[in-house]
Ligand binder design. Structure first.
Ligand code: A2P
Length: 315
């Protein structure tokens, strides 16, 4: 398994278990299965609404001593309603409490978007705060403090475009250590990867399998399927693997992190086994041709008439 390196020498397993969309009733078992079968990287977020259930798994596994806390990389994310400076560390402490942890390995600003503290998920323009009211640097400076206090070992961002990364980097000496973004063969993000690599920012791929279990309101009726793409299917057959494993391997081979979500035992175990084979040059060439700049997570749910968020990916 490849590992992503951080400037202080810490390392993160490339393949982790995603928990977005994992049902509360299934995620405890999924995380336990993952940890008992070799996963050492779990990706969480407070807005997934299941951190307390993920925390039950951590408590059981770490107290049972089958796996040591320090051997596992845990990521979580600051939700958009806690961007004000007085809200960042309390939100982080809630996450730590839910996850039953003393520290996180990585804490990410989930989106370059601020919403009002009392809002869960924004539905109207009035639910937002503008970035003039709560600049990203205000939020970031608190995340730096959280790192200095030892509550988190590394800090980064998610869903940041090159212009947003540049904007933040101009205002701080603490370059984000990670940018977690949607990344798969339909959205290969070559320019962003190159920028991040030049600036020692690691990248993690979310929705690597196309997130087919997203709620219908987030889906376009005619969205293309990654798992049913004929090129991916052919390569899967060639390697005696399933399509998900090909997609995971592709990300791992490119040097990014990758966090496939599953609550199914066979798929959880099978996805980690993606680390065990190699895609060859022909495979990589064919997959490179699938790039069509297609996003499953369009971000349109944050772009409303009357708020200050337009084109949040700067595409
Ligand atoms: P399940 O949880 O039943 O395994 P993403 O990580 O892109 O968000 O995709 C998650 C979706 O992909 C879930 O619906 C998950 O279902 C499914 N999935 C996970 N692993 C595989 C796999 N190896 N092959 C096919 N589907 C998978």
């Amino acid at each position: 398994m490849k590992k992503l390196k951080f400037t202080n020498g810490d390392q993160m397993d490339a393949i982790g278990l995603g928990t977005w969309k994992s049902e509360k009733g299934a995620v405890t078992k999924a995380v336990k299965i993952a940890l008992e079968n070799g996963y050492r990287h779990i990706d969480c977020a407070s807005t997934y609404g299941n951190e307390a259930e993920v925390g039950e798994a951590f408590k059981e596994v770490f107290e049972g001593n089958t796996v040591k806390r320090d051997d596992v990389w845990v990521t979580s994310k600051l939700w958009n309603n806690a961007h004000k400076k007085e809200d960042v560390i309390p939100a982080l402490k809630n996450t730590l409490n839910d996850l039953n942890l003393e520290y996180l390995d990585l804490y990410l600003m989930h989106w370059p978007v601020a919403i009002k503290p009392e809002v869960g998920f924004p539905e109207k323009a009035e639910d937002f705060l503008s970035l003039d009211e709560v600049p990203l640097i205000e939020t970031w400076n608190e995340m730096v403090k959280a790192k200095e206090q030892g509550l988190v070992k590394h800090i980064g961002v998610s869903n940041f475009s090159i212009p947003k990364l540049k904007g933040l980097m101009e205002e701080t000496d603490h370059t984000p250590e990670m940018n977690q973004v949607e990344l798969h063969p339909y959205l290969q993000q070559n320019e962003l990867l190159e920028f991040c690599s030049r600036n020692q920012i690691n990248v993690t791929a979310y929705s690597p399998l196309g997130s087919g279990d997203r709620p219908d309101r987030m889906k376009a009726a005619d969205e293309p399927s990654l798992l049913e793409n004929p090129v991916i299917q052919r390569i899967a057959k060639k390697h005696g693997a399933n399509e998900g494993q090909i997609l995971i391997k592709w990300s791992e081979q490119r040097g990014t992190g990758v966090i496939p979500k599953s609550t199914n035992k066979e798929r959880i175990i099978g996805n980690l086994a993606s680390a065990g084979f190699q895609l060859d040059e022909d495979d990589l060439k064919e997959i490179a041709e699938l790039d069509e700049h297609f996003r499953y997570v369009t971000g349109k749910f944050f772009e409303m008439e009357g708020n200050s968020y337009e084109n949040i990916y700067d595409d």
